[in-house]
Design a binder for this molecule. Sequence first.
Ligand code: ADP
Length: 206
Amino acid sequence: MILGLTGGIGSGKSTVSKILGSIGIKIFDADVIAKDILETEETKKEIEKKLGKKFITDKNLIDKDYLKKEVFNDSKKLKILNSIIHPKVKKYYENLSKEFFDKKEIVVFDIPLLFEVGLEGFCNKVIVVDIDYKLQLDRVRKRDNLSPEFIKKILEKQMPREEKLKKADIIIENNGSLEELENKVLNLIERIREEKYENCCPSRKY
Ligand code: ADP
C-alpha cells in the first residue's frame, strides 16, 4: 500500500515522515530523488541547453544556489526547470508505484508538490498534513529564519491549502504539540493495519 504524504511548507510533513520512518516504514523522499535527478548527466545537459551554461560550474556540477536564486525570481525559468525535473520525478514514482501498489507493506511517497506534479494516481491514499496559517508562518520563520513576506512568496507557488484539503483522503491536523502529532500518526497507521483500507478510510480527519 502506498501512502502519499504532502502538505504546504511548514505544515509538519517532514516531521510526520520522520515519525513514519522511525517505525520502520520505507520512505521515498521526493527532495532526495529530485536532487539525484538534478546531478545526472542527462539533466545537466538539458539545463545547459534550455537555461544556459551559467548554471553549470567548472567542475561540471549544477550551481544549486545560483539556480535557486534565478528560478525563484523568474517564474519563466522556474517553469522551464520544472518541465525538466518533474517528468523525471513522475517516471521514478510511476515505477515505484508498480512495485508497491498492491502490496500489503505500507510505504510512503513523501512529496511536497504531490498534487502540483499530479502524482496522486500513483498512491493508494493521500495524506495531507494541515496547519493553520498563522502557526505555519511562525514555524517556518523559526525553522528557516525567513521573513513573513518571503514565506508568503513561497506559499503563492504552492497549491492553496483549501484545494489540497479537498483532494486529501486523510488529513492530519498539526496545530497541537509534537507529542499529539506523533500519537495521531501512530494511531492512523494502527488503524490502517487493522482495518481493510481499500474501500474507505476509517476516518478522514486526524
Ligand atoms: P515541512 O516539512 O512541512 O516544511 P516540518 O516538518 O519541517 O515542516 O515542520 C516545520 C517546523 O515546525 C520544524 O521546525 C518542526 O520541527 C516544527 N514542528 C512540526 N510539527 C510541530 C508541532 N506539532 N509542534 C511544534 N513544532 C512542530
